[in-house]
Ligand binder design. Structure first.
Ligand code: NDP
Ligand code: OXD
Length: 317
């Protein structure tokens, strides 16, 4: 039996993605979406996509599985005309480790007042700032799922106090957990550094707004809280976050994601001295790991076993 054809969305601008996939799937036909103009897509059974053109997936008559090129799936689910086949998201120790590393690094950068020392260095000023200990800071992780829990495991040995908030009840040793809308306010009030790792859904749209920031703890050593957003840009209300960073409601922020990406060249976020801006790289997908993951899932599927990490399209993640 011939193995199913794969349609590959190479639009993610990362290295030699296509050749890695063609090597990994040498026993299958791989059609690269970037040069598929005259290709016959009727044999495509599996599609690996990031931001597919709306309607494309529905137009594939023999499609059996959609794979997201990332852990998040909002970009795929935004297609109003999706076919009724499973959507599998990317779950991978390499990506998870990168996210934990990003979160730990940014919590430490804020703890150790790195922005302030950078400014002092620029001005050639040798000055010691008061240095709180990690134990004095509560990091609240909003979206206490796979990545949130991995980040917690990285933060605990560094000495931070860690809290987690999810939709459903979670338990983790040494972590105080909260769940549901009713407990959001209590969670925020105990949080000095807020880390957003929520998926983007209608419920999380614009959740990082002024009222949320005003609800965060102001009892931490810096007198005002910090927000780290490594989830999705549309979960933040950019204008309100900006004003909170300007008027002192927030002490600082690390923003990896934005409502519009790439971030506009004239965005005020670039200029803020209390903000770290990165171009959606908190946890990039390794093409090698992705190819291996898809190969494993296809092997399971073609052997009649269950696929893993299937997205619930109603829940949106
Ligand atoms: P998971 O699905 O494992 O975790 C999501 C968590 O969010 C779950 O704990 C879920 O609760 C919680 N959640 C969802 N909706 C709500 C809500 N309305 N209220 C409260 N909690 C909610 O996802 P991952 O941890 O793997 O990934 C999280 C997100 O990180 C991705 O969706 C993606 O957007 C982002 N991401 C960003 C990257 C970057 O480079 N910046 C890289 C990779 C991912 P429950 O468990 O109860 O369902
Ligand atoms: C992802 C991402 O969802 O990179 O994996 O944002």
């Amino acid at each position: 039996m011939t193995k199913g054809t794969i349609l590959l969305d190479t639009k993610l601008d990362v290295g030699d993605r296509k050749s890695i996939f063609i090597d990994a799937f040498h026993d299958r036909t791989v059609i690269d979406l970037a040069d598929s103009d005259n290709a016959d897509l009727s044999d495509v059974r599996y599609a690996l996509v990031w931001l597919p053109e709306h309607g494309l997936l529905k137009s594939l008559p023999n499609l059996e599985i959609m794979f997201s090129l990332g852990a998040g799936v909002d970009h795929v689910l935004s297609d109003p005309d999706l076919p009724n086949v499973p959507l599998v998201r990317f779950v991978d120790p390499d990506l998870t480790g990168r996210m934990a590393e990003y979160v730990a690094m940014h919590c430490l950068l804020h703890l150790r007042q790195h922005k302030a020392y950078d400014a002092l260095q620029q001005a050639h000023i040798w000055r010691e700032l008061a240095q709180p200990a990690a134990q004095e800071i509560s990091v609240g992780i909003m979206g206490f799922g796979l990545l949130g829990q991995a980040a917690a495991e990285r933060l605990l040995p560094l000495g931070f106090k860690v809290k987690g908030w999810a939709r459903s009840q979670k338990t983790m040793t040494h972590v105080k957990t909260f769940h549901g809308d009713d407990q959001l306010s209590s969670f925020l009030q105990e949080t000095d550094i807020l880390v957003n790792l929520l998926p983007y859904t209608p419920q999380t749209h614009g959740i990082l707004n002024r009222s949320l920031c005003e609800n965060l703890s102001r009892n931490g050593p810096f007198g005002a809280p910090v927000v780290i957003n490594a989830g999705r840009g549309k979960s933040q209300n950019g204008a309100e976050l900006l004003s909170c960073l300007q008027d002192g409601v927030l002490h600082g922020a690390s923003l990896d994601v934005f409502e519009t990406e790439p971030l506009e060249k004239d965005s005020p976020f670039w200029e803020l001295t209390n903000v770290y801006v990165t171009p959606h790289v908190a946890a990039t997908t390794s093409p090698q790991s992705l190819a291996q993951y898809v190969a494993e899932q296809l092997q399971r599927y073609e052997n009649g076993e269950d696929l893993q990490n299937i997205v619930d399209p109603i829940r949106g993640y």
